[in-house]
Design a protein around this ligand. Structure first.
Ligand SMILES: N[C@@H](CCC(=O)N[C@@H](CS)C(=O)NCC(=O)O)C(=O)O
Length: 208
């Protein structure tokens, strides 16, 4: 097996890579790292990713970090052009949603996630949770409106944009927090979460 993936499955960034590899049908070995597993601060690990973050892949000697770059690489190396289209405009549309996830949606919910899932109840910062909730709702409203007119993020085809935004949506929809009703977002999430390739990620409930 040539592809190795380092990273714990509770990481949203590792989830993207695992979901993508499962969607394409790539065989891989996943090695738990980061969080309670540690192992991401050793000299060997830092030689692969000086940031000491997960995920990292090693594909037969080709080492890569940054989850969205990994997802694109896996699609490209497998010729999975339906997942990451070759047409420049179709590709830009997929890339746009991937950027939106990594620079907007996931950062918006970060504080709520860290406080509600990774912080003891008596240590939680209620103000930070609420500010994060408000930002996440803004993003969720954009997603909901878009999915009211589109089956998937970029139209009729499931792409890697659905995978990476889907991982963020899985987190948002499973946070123990009050959320506005988003019927289009829920409809889309239910559909993509039912894919066999989504099972490792979407079975991660409750969040850890
Ligand atoms: N931009 C990076 C972010 C990676 C990142 O922040 N990873 C987190 C987990 S989601 C991490 O490694 N945290 C430290 C740890 O798990 O020990 C990517 O998309 O891969």
């Amino acid at each position: 097996m040539s592809l190795k993936i380092w990273g714990r499955l509770s990481s949203v960034n590792v989830q993207k890579v695992v979901w993508c590899a499962d969607e394409i049908g790539i065989e891989y070995e996943r090695i738990d790292a980061g969080g309670k597993f540690g192992g991401n601060d050793t000299p060997q690990y830092l030689a692969m990713n000086p940031n000491g973050l997960v995920p990292v892949i090693d594909d037969d000697g080709f080492v890569l970090y940054e989850s969205n770059a990994i997802v694109r690489y896996l699609a490209a190396r497998s010729g999975a052009t339906s997942l990451w289209p070759e047409d420049p405009r179709a590709r830009a549309d997929v890339d746009r949603w991937m950027e939106w996830q990594s620079t907007g949606y996931t950062p918006a919910m970060w504080a709520a996630f860290m406080q509600l899932i990774r912080t003891a109840p008596d240590k939680r910062d209620v103000g930070a949770i609420d500010a994060s909730r408000v930002k996440s709702e803004k993003h969720s409203a954009i997603l909901d409106a878009h999915l009211g007119a589109n089956r998937y993020l970029t139209g009729e085809r499931f792409t890697v944009a659905d995978i990476v935004v889907g991982c963020a949506a899985h987190r948002w929809l499973n946070l123990p927090i009050e959320r506005a009703s988003r019927p289009n977002l829920e409809r889309w999430y239910q559909e993509i979460a039912a894919r066999p390739s989504a099972q490792q990620v979407c079975s991660q409930k409750p969040l850890t």
